[in-house]
Structures are given as C-alpha cells and as structure tokens.
Design a binder for this molecule. Structure first.
Ligand SMILES: Nc1ncnc2c1ncn2[C@@H]1O[C@H](COP(=O)(O)OP(=O)(O)OP(=O)(O)O)[C@@H](O)[C@H]1O
Ligand SMILES: [Mg+2]
Length: 358
C-alpha cells in the first residue's frame, strides 16, 4: 500500500547560469505546503519555473536555497532513488525493446522482488489503469494514450508516496487529453497518492486539481481551489491566465465600508471588495465574458463590434465608450442574435465585478 506523505517546500530558490554566463533565477523564494493525498497543480506560462520545482522535488536538480520536506523528512541531500517519488514525463520514455508487461515490471525486477510478487503487482496495476490484455505488446504497437498509461503504470507499480507529473498529456490530441486527465484523477483518488502536476493548460489544471498554484516568472501569484482562483483572482495576471477576462481600468472615486465606487463610462457603480484602496487609486475591474448577457434593454448601452457563432455560445465584442468588452452568451439557439453594428444593452451587475489593484 502507498503511504500518504505531505510535502513542504520552504523558501525554495533556483539560479541557473545562462548561456552568456549570466544568472537566471528560475524559482524565486517559493513556499508551498501540500497535504497527504492532495492533488496540486503548478500552473503558469512557459519558463515560469514549473519543471524546475518538480525536478527539485524529485532530486534531479539541487536547490540554490531553501528546503524540501517529504513526509517530514528534509530530502535536499538525498539522491532521487531515496526520495520515494516517481515521475511521469511528457515523452513517455518507455523501453522500446521491452513489452508492456516488462516495462511495468522493470523497476520491481531491479528491486529484486520475487517473480510471484512482481506478477501480482503488475497485473493489479494493469487492471487499475485499463491495460488488461496489452502485456505482450511492444510500445510501438500502442497509441499515444496507451503509451502514457504504461508510463503511469510504471510509476504507480513502485508504490511511491509522491507522484510527479510534468505535462504528461501534451503529446495527446484534445479529446484524448480530456479522457486521460479524468483517468489520472480517478486513479490518483483510488490510490490516495499525493500528486504534484505541472501544466500550462488552465482547463486541465482546473479539472484535475484540489488546489492550483499559479506561477509567473519564478514566483507564486496565487494558490487556491480552482473555484477560488477563478472567482477571486488576486491580480490581473491570474484573472487573465485563468479563463477569459475583461479587464477594465477604472479610478476609485469614493471609498465606503467594504465597497469602492468607480466610474464606468460615465456611470458610477459601487462594488464590494476586500482590497484596501484609497480615493484616486487606479484599479482593474475583472468581468467574466459568461457573466454578461446581450439584450434589448438594460442599464448600459453598447455597440456590437463583432458577433461570432461558436456552437455552444455566441461570442460578442461590444464597445462601451472606448473599451471593448467580450461577452459569451450560452446556448445561442434559444437567444436573439445581434449583428455587427447593432445597438444593444448589458446589465452591469456589481456582484459580477471583481476588483484587483494590479
Ligand atoms: N539547465 C538550465 N540551464 C539554464 N537555464 C535553465 C535550465 N533549465 C531551465 N532554465 C531556465 O529556467 C527558467 C525556468 O525553466 P522551467 O523549465 O522550470 O520552466 P517551465 O515553467 O517548466 O516552462 P515550460 O512550460 O516551457 O516547460 C527558464 O527561463 C529556463 O530557460
Ligand atoms: Mg516545463
């Protein structure tokens, strides 16, 4: 049985020497706590330091500063094989000359388990992962999704306490990615293993994780449940990276108890916020495209600049004064469709507006 372990990352920093001898700070003073059995995702754009953190947890990279604890034990000085972690890579890295069974059994043979124990464990994992009957196939006789299953099986069969994933689904087509991410989540829950998953795909992160750590340029911008980071982004980077957002610049014209008053296109509106703000501060208003409707009446008049049929929703770009706003109206079959140049209305609802200060 897999033992559940927590991970604690304390003030982790990693500097690389760049090609011109310059210093590149890939990870900058990151602290994160991961509970036993939790599924957390490191999410952020290319180059933000995700892989570097994962490789430091696995022991493939030595931190410049900071500590990593797995199950309460400081592991920074341990070699990768002593850390009780297993990694699943984007390139499946299967042994091409071994069949599926022997690929999965490989690590157990090195550990010198008996033939009988190996057989039990490999068969159990093949069943868990939906690979029954594939034991004798060579990797090149498998689809990409099946190869990734073998890679996952090979990691799981070692019964590590921590499973690390570095963009494991990037080589799969869009539909298969969705099937496989659901599969990974199911298996992680069934085994109860602590998982750290790296991706730059926000939909993947949202759908698979208990908690998401949003990174940018080596630092943590925000951590929280998928719902928290979507509905209460800390700043415009997170609001823009997670889903789609309209970000409208506005000036604070009054500060009231738990609320601020701002001006949107000549209309003053009061919005609840926990941010400490002062009169004349500049803020950004986050409005999600799906929170607005386009209709024949409402509190704010707009002009339709673009109208695109997307199947499940109608995608509009409308002008409000000199700002452009994106609106996504779901189930367009049931709604009136507006054309380019039409005048229409939206209802700006303060409860649908989230304030960020940078
Ligand atoms: N071995 C290395 N030597 C020098 N610089 C490196 C090395 N590995 C990574 N870097 C740099 O460190 C930064 C973080 O890289 P990292 O691979 O962790 O990013 P990432 O978030 O995984 O990006 P991606 O989504 O593209 O995989 C980047 O600027 C990268 O160029
Ligand atoms: Mg990477």
């Amino acid at each position: 049985m897999t033992e559940r372990k927590d991970i604690s990352i304390r003030n982790l920093t990693k500097d690389y020497i760049g090609t011109r001898g310059n210093m590149v700070r890939a990870v900058d003073d990151v602290s994160v706590d991961i509970a036993p059995g939790e599924f957390i995702t490191l999410l952020g754009p290319s180059g933000c330091g995700k892989t570097t953190i994962l490789r430091m947890i696995a022991g493939f990279e030595i931190p410049t500063a900071g500590d990593i604890y797995i199950g309460g034990e400081e592991v920074s000085k341990l070699t990768p094989d002593k850390r009780d972690t297993a990694m699943v890579f984007q390139s499946y890295a299967l042994f091409p000359h071994l069949n599926v069974y022997d690929n999965i059994a490989y690590g157990l043979k090195i550990k010198k388990l008996s033939k009988n124990d190996i057989d039990k464990k490999v068969n159990h994992i093949m069943e868990l992962i939906g690979l029954e009957g594939f034991g004798q196939r060579a990797p090149n006789q498998l689809s990409g999704g099946q190869q990734q299953r073998v890679a996952l099986a090979r990691a799981l069969v070692m019964e590590p306490s921590v499973l690390l994933f570095d963009e494991p689904l990037s080589n799969l087509d869009a539909k298969l990615r969705i099937t496989m991410r659901n599969e990974i989540r199911r298996i992680q829950k069934e085994v109860g293993i602590t998982a750290v998953y790296v991706t730059h795909d926000q939909a993947e992160a949202m759908s698979i994780s208990d908690r998401v750590i949003v990174m940018n340029k080596g630092i943590v911008e925000q951590e929280g449940s998928p719902m928290e980071i979507y509905q209460e982004p800390n700043n415009s980077f997170v609001a823009d990276f997670i889903g789609q957002s309209n970000l409208i610049d506005a000036k604070v014209i009054d500060v009231l108890d738990g609320k601020i008053e701002v001006d949107i296109d000549g209309k003053s509106i009061q919005i609840e916020t926990e941010s400490k703000l002062n009169i004349d501060d500049m803020v950004k208003l986050v409005i999600r495209p799906e929170s607005l409707e386009l209709q024949d009446s409402g509190n704010t008049e707009v002009e339709v600049i673009n109208s695109i049929f997307m199947g499940s929703y109608q995608d509009y770009y409308v002008g409000l004064g000199d700002v452009m706003i994106n609106i996504q109206v779901n189930n367009p079959r049931e709604k009136k469709i507006y054309d380019i140049g039409d005048r229409a209305f939206i209802d700006l609802d303060p409860r649908q507006i989230h304030v960020v200060s940078r």
